[in-house]
Write a protein that binds this ligand. Structure first.
Ligand SMILES: [Ca+2]
Ligand SMILES: [Ca+2]
Length: 169
C-alpha cells in the first residue's frame, strides 16, 4: 500500500518489511489485541525489538492530522478492537507528554477534557487512541490494563526517498 500523495509530499515505495505499512519515511505495524494484548511498557518493548539502519522501532508518535488519520485507518483495517497504545507518555514529568521515539510534540489530538491524569488521587501517564481518532491518557502502569498497539520505525534507506508527485503510480 502506498499512501496517496501530491506534489507536496514524498513518495516511498517498497521500503518496509512485509507486515509493515509505509507512510512518508516511516513504517507502521498495528498489533491488534486479538493477537497480543499487553501493557504500555510491554508494547514499547515489543516495538523496540524492530530496527533498521535508520533507527529503532517505538510505539507510534504522531506529528500531524494526516498521520493521525493514517494510523487509525490501518488500525481499523488490521482488526482494531477498542483503544490502542500510542507512544505518548508523561511518566518523566507529570503534565509534559513526550514521544517514546523522541519526536517533537507540536501536534496533539486529545479528546475533550484530556489529559486529566485520571482525576484526584489517581495517575494516568500513557496515551491511547480511540476509534474517534482522539487520544486519552490512561493508566499504562497498571498490569491489568492491556491493549493492542501501533509500532513505528524509520524506513530502511532514506536515500531512496524522492520528492515528487506520485500520481499515476
Ligand atoms: Ca499524567
Ligand atoms: Ca484520562
Amino acid at each position: 500500500m502506498v499512501a496517496s500523495c501530491t506534489a507536496a509530499c514524498g513518495c516511498f515505495i517498497g521500503q518496509c518489511e512485509p507486515g509493515w505499512v509505509q507512510f512518508r519515511d516511516h513504517c507502521y505495524k498495528f498489533v491488534p489485541r486479538s493477537k497480543l494484548s499487553v501493557t504500555f511498557h510491554e508494547a514499547e518493548a515489543y516495538c523496540q525489538g524492530f530496527s533498521t539502519l535508520n533507527g529503532t522501532g517505538h510505539l507510534a508518535s504522531v506529528q500531524d492530522q494526516d498521520e493521525n488519520d493514517f494510523i487509525l485507518d490501518i488500525a481499523t483495517m488490521a482488526g482494531m478492537r477498542g483503544n490502542f497504545w500510542i507512544g505518548f507518555t508523561d511518566t518523566q514529568n507529570e503534565g509534559t507528554f513526550v514521544w517514546t521515539d523522541g519526536s517533537p510534540t507540536p501536534y496533539k489530538n486529545w479528546r475533550s477534557g484530556s489529559p486529566d491524569d485520571g482525576g484526584s488521587g489517581r495517575s494516568e501517564d500513557q496515551a491511547e487512541m480511540s476509534s474517534t481518532r482522539e487520544w486519552n491518557d490512561t493508566n499504562g502502569d497498571s498490569k491489568t490494563l492491556r491493549r493492542g498497539f501501533m509500532c513505528k520505525m524509520p524506513v530502511f534507506d532514506k536515500k531512496k526517498f524522492v520528492t515528487r508527485a506520485c500520481s499515476g503510480k
